[in-house]
Design a protein around this ligand. Structure first.
Ligand code: GLC
Ligand code: GLC
Length: 805
């Protein structure tokens, strides 16, 4: 069942009912100010850091799961309703939500009055604009009252939800005509405030929640709105809010537009006050004046559209399959930018108060956005590398505000160092900018202790080599990519973090997955050394990677698939000898994509086993059979009920590894099938089962052993976005950045006769046309090319590339 439809021309997803299975959301904002917005107008806003600078309040895990956000109430003849259905829940005569790139439009109609609300964050501005147009479609005049409302969060989101003995006393506001200011804690150490304004005179306002809602009122029916009368309340302590009321009469056919601005401002320390106790409003006034006319707002919205056009214009295809095109051209790249901006901080599943930027997460996200914003990718790599330690290991997370390693999450995730090589290599392939290797980068954020990025990569590589276990495989540490396979944790304590405790450092638990990464990224590192380092290091790296390949073949093969690991006692994990958890997806995908076992025939066998044992109509499960009881020696993985999350869920992130592996092993049909099974646009008709947004990937879909098989969770902030984009763009379509230039390796399923693409690469526009004729050839600007690499033609701004396959 579908709840809406894609509109590829406008690059929007249109939703036809407020009653989507879950709130279906969108993101507004690109750098400082961010908002989440659902198809009913729910969500919240924050500045830069969802934990420490939360602007509006949101209650996670609430009954009525989509509270919060920008709220609008229209009151006509005693009836009240909201343009986006919530918070009023009054049935509408017409409803539509359109999520576009960086903006959302909610349209509601009731009794011949149409409301259209456009929400977006203008480029480079710390505010959200809400443009609300009311249109009288009837033949009689209408007398209308319009109420707005936002609920302020007291900046620090966890404290806001906990520290009530203090927080019920700190709330402070100022009121200046149509501008309602929130200034809690400004009197002491904060130099920032927020405001909510409208570009028209108000007939009343409220800033105190209780006054507005009434003793028993909720957001769906605030007393002030029900009675049609603001209380003009001035909050002092308790819960400050901002609500305007406006009165208007619309003649038949008349429309009227209001511009609301939800803004965030900072003042220099010495310029905080206008007068004693009165905040300096100059930056707010300036911001409001930039968005006080419809022309200004239209221009800002156009600028936002141009921004997305030029970003997405860097990679566009026409394949004849509209679902493939819309994912590649629009939604997958869009999601890659959102994960670049938000990492794993704020979604409807991530509270914005937990994790900062993950080391491995951020490195992998970069694989999906490096072609879109290479300069920002460069800075991101340097930021990430600066939380590494001298021995090559690293903090597992860092805080975006301080850019320092996060002691709560600790260290010791032994896959981390190799992801740094992966993302540096991706950057070098995309840009050719080897100057990044010479950048001086701190260890553990200490500016007095730096080495070149190249040296950081060397230490990443060395770290693995100096931490090998009894079989010569890399030690797993606290966990590798699979956060929940905690082989040294042995936890008995309820609530103890599986990932940061290590009650039994065996010095023995080994990971076949890290071994595969070492083969893949060790060879990348060797390439980097060959070009920009020294011959001796190149040889050393290559032979270490080759040696590791042998170790995997010797000690990492289980007969029909690759083993997952050895536990703390040297027992096998992911083996047919195990009672549960006999086969895991990660080593099958990663070993084969690293080229391990291709010659020996192991690769094909492993992929066959994946097909037989792990593949379902909704995607490939992480493992089978699922663990049915808690295994202390395995950790968190066995804490989930069967079929959820890492315990045999369809963890979408690693499905593309298997798809890539299929392209490497030469099966384009299965490669595409794997891509298709978890690709949201192809699942649109299953929205009632899948339940999350059909325009973005989710982290997990419940696996075959779950009672909720096929149901997705944790949409938006997942490494799936980056890896599926790498898969479809570089391996299936085969447009692959190489160190020496663009390479073409299409691996197309039979139903695709070819495709056309435009790819901006190192300042040149490549116009690629691929046709299936039965034989491989490339012509670049009419000239035949040997092999897969298109030799660069300096000075040419456009290249015509014809490929046959
Ligand atoms: C989550 C984490 C990621 C981890 C994955 C598998 O998505 O963000 O770091 O690799 O789970 O456990
Ligand atoms: C849990 C989740 C995993 C995630 C981790 C992050 O273990 O199962 O997916 O990566 O938390 O801390």
């Amino acid at each position: 069942m579908k709840y809406g439809a894609f509109d590829d021309k406008t690059r929007e997803y249109r939703i036809d009912t407020p009653a989507t299975p879950l709130p279906w959301i969108n993101y507004l904002g690109n750098d400082g100010f961010f908002s989440l917005i659902s198809n009913t107008g729910g969500g919240y806003s924050f500045f830069r850091d969802a934990k420490l600078r939360r602007i509006t309040r949101y209650r996670y895990n609430n009954a009525g799961p989509d509270d919060g956000g920008r709220r609008y109430y229209i009151r006509e003849g005693g009836e009240i309703w909201s343009p986006g259905f919530l918070p009023c829940r009054t049935p509408l005569d017409r409803y539509q939500c359109r999520h576009g790139l960086g903006y959302t439009v909610l349209e509601g109609e009731k009794n011949g009055l149409a409301a259209s609300l456009t929400c977006f964050v203008p480029l480079g501005e710390a505010c959200e604009i809400n443009r609300l147009t009311l249109h009288n479609r009837t033949g009689s005049p209408k007398n209308i009252q319009l109420f707005s409302a936002v609920e302020w969060c007291l900046w620090n989101a966890p404290d806001d939800a906990q520290n009530f003995q203090r927080n019920y006393n700190t709330g402070e506001v100022e009121i200046d005509g149509s501008v309602l200011y929130h200034k809690t804690e400004y009197r002491e150490r904060r130099n920032h405030y927020a405001f909510f304004s409208v570009n028209a005179p108000v007939s009343g306002f409220d800033t105190d929640r209780e006054a507005f809602l009434g003793r028993f009122g909720g957001w769906d029916a605030p007393a002030a709105v029900i009675e049609g009368k603001s209380r003009n309340s001035v909050a002092s302590g308790w819960s400050p809010i901002a609500s305007h009321s406006l009165e208007l009469t619309l003649a038949p056919g008349e429309s009227r537009t209001f511009l609301f601005v939800l803004g965030y401002c900072e003042n220099p320390e010495e310029d905080k006050w206008e007068q004693r106790g009165v905040i300096n409003k100059a930056p707010a006034r300036a911001m409001i004046s930039r968005f006080s006319t419809e022309e200004q707002v239209r221009a800002a919205l156009d600028a936002l559209k141009d921004y997305w056009d030029s970003l997405l214009g860097r990679f566009q295809i026409e394949s004849g399959d509209e679902r493939l095109d819309r994912m590649v051209n629009i939604w997958n790249q869009y999601q890659c930018m959102v994960t670049f901006n938000l990492s794993r901080s704020a979604s409807y599943f991530e509270s914005g108060t937990g994790r900062g930027m993950g080391f491995r997460d951020s490195c992998q996200d970069l694989l999906g956005f490096v072609h879109l914003v290479p300069d920002r990718a460069r800075q991101r790599i340097l930021d990430i590398a600066s939380i590494q330690f001298e021995d090559g290991s690293t903090w597992h997370q860092y805080q975006p505000l301080t850019r320092r390693g996060n002691a709560d999450a600790g260290t010791g995730f032994n896959d981390d160092p190799l992801w740094l090589i992966a993302c540096a290599a991706a950057y070098l392939r995309e840009t050719g900018d080897s100057s990044i290797l010479r950048e001086q980068v701190p260890f553990d954020s200490n500016p007095n202790h730096t080495q070149s990025l190249f040296e950081h990569l060397r230490r990443s590589f060395r770290y693995i080599l100096t931490h090998l276990g009894p079989h010569g495989l890399p030690l797993i540490g606290r966990a590798d990519w699979n956060d929940c396979l905690n082989l040294n944790c042995f936890s008995d304590e309820p609530g103890e973090s599986f990932q940061t405790c290590a009650n039994f450092e065996s010095g023995k638990a080994e990971s076949v997955f890290i071994a595969a990464m070492f083969v893949k990224y060790g060879r990348e590192y060797a390439e980097i050394c060959r070009r920009w380092g020294n011959a001796e290091e190149t040889e050393k790296a290559l032979s270490a990677a080759n040696e590791m390949e042998q170790v995997v073949l010797r000690s990492g093969w289980d007969g029909e698939w690759f083993l997952r690991a050895y536990d703390a006692f040297g027992g096998k994990v992911g083996s047919r000898e195990c009672e549960e958890g006999q086969i895991y997806i990660e080593p099958q995908g990663f070993c084969v994509l690293a080229g391990i076992g291709l010659k020996e025939g192991y690769a094909k066998t492993a992929l066959e086993s994946v097909k037989k044992q792990l593949t379902t109509k909704f995607g490939t499960c992480l493992l089978t059979p699922c663990y049915t009881s808690y295994h202390k020696e395995l950790g968190e993985i066995s804490s989930y009920p069967p079929g959820f999350k890492e315990n045999g869920g369809i963890f979408c992130h690693n499905n593309p590894w298997v798809s890539i592996a299929e392209t490497v092993a030469g099966d384009p049909e299965e490669a595409f099938e794997i891509y298709r099974r978890t690709c949201p646009a192809y699942l649109e008709e299953l929205s009632d089962i899948h339940r999350t947004e059909p325009y973005v990937y989710s982290q997990m879909i419940a696996g075959m052993e779950s009672t909720r098989f096929g149901e997705a969770k944790n949409s938006w902030l997942t490494g799936t976005a980056a890896w599926t984009f790498v898969n479809v763009s570089q391996y299936i379509l085969g447009i692959r950045p190489g160190f020496d230039g663009l390479e073409l390796w299409p691996c197309l399923p039979a139903f695709l006769p070819g495709y056309r693409a435009v790819r901006l690469f190192r300042g040149t526009e490549y116009r690629v046309s691929v046709k299936r004729t039965g034989g491989f050839s490339i012509r670049a600007d009419g000239q035949p090319v040997e092999g897969h690499l298109i030799p660069p033609a300096p000075g040419k701004s456009v290249r015509e590339i014809e490929v046959t396959v």
